[in-house]
Design a protein around this ligand. Structure first.
Ligand SMILES: C[S@@+](CC[C@H](N)C(=O)[O-])C[C@H]1O[C@@H](n2cnc3c(N)ncnc32)[C@H](O)[C@@H]1O
Length: 197
């Protein structure tokens, strides 16, 4: 845990954050735009600078929890959004977190874990445990080759791989090539909506 925190904090401190697009991504933004119930509880794990949380907050969603293992992006988020409750900024390891949410948003989080069978299984089990009955895991997953290189993030995957880990716990509402990816990720992402079984 400390190693993991140090690793990600160093990346933020060195501005070695190639994943950070600087704004909410279009697929997640469009998903948020069609949500009608603003009282739902939403967790964003591995949120980084959490532009999507900022977007939700400004749209009037209040029950948003922004989680990261590194304090650097959480502090920046707090500075950018001084009214956002500090109690909803969670400096925690996702795998140790306890709670239950209506919705969990995923973006470049799954792909940050070394892609062992065990890690991917643990991710799926943890996600389902953090959702209320019928809760949803929604977001984007890279559709890029999974190479044998265990150092090089983002670690890839494809539809078949994601379904292998998620389908024991979730009904797949959709998992399709993402039509509205940001240009650098065009044709390299799947958009998914999974509902807790
Ligand atoms: C590739 S970055 C993605 C950040 C953000 N989702 C985005 O799209 O900009 C992965 C993030 O997950 C965080 N992280 C990695 N392992 C974590 C864990 N076990 N628990 C919570 N956060 C974690 C890192 O600190 C980092 O901010």
């Amino acid at each position: 845990m400390n190693n993991l925190r140090a690793y990600w904090t160093k990346r933020y401190e060195e501005n070695n954050t190639g994943w950070d697009i600087g704004h909410p991504s279009t697929p997640i933004k469009e998903y948020i735009n069609q949500l009608t119930d603003k009282s739902i509880s939403i967790l964003i794990p591995g949120a980084g600078n959490a532009y999507e949380a900022e977007y939700l907050w400004k749209k009037g969603f209040k029950n948003i929890y922004v989680m990261d293992i590194s304090e650097v992006p959480l502090e920046k988020f707090g500075e950018r959004n001084p009214d956002f409750p500090k109690t909803q900024l969670l400096l925690e390891d996702f795998f140790e977190h306890k709670g239950q949410y209506d919705l969990i948003l995923e973006q470049t989080f799954f792909c940050s874990f070394v892609p062992t069978d065990q890690n991917r299984n643990t991710y799926a089990k943890k996600m389902v445990s953090l959702l209320k009955p019928k809760g949803k895991l929604v977001g984007v997953w890279f559709n890029i080759p999974l190479t044998g290189d265990m150092e090089k993030r983002p670690f890839g995957g494809n539809r078949e791989i994601y379904l292998k880990y998620l389908s024991p716990f979730f009904k797949t509402i959709t998992l399709e090539s993402c039509y509205n990816s940001i240009p650098p990720r065009k044709e390299n992402e799947l958009f998914g909506i999974f509902q807790k079984i």
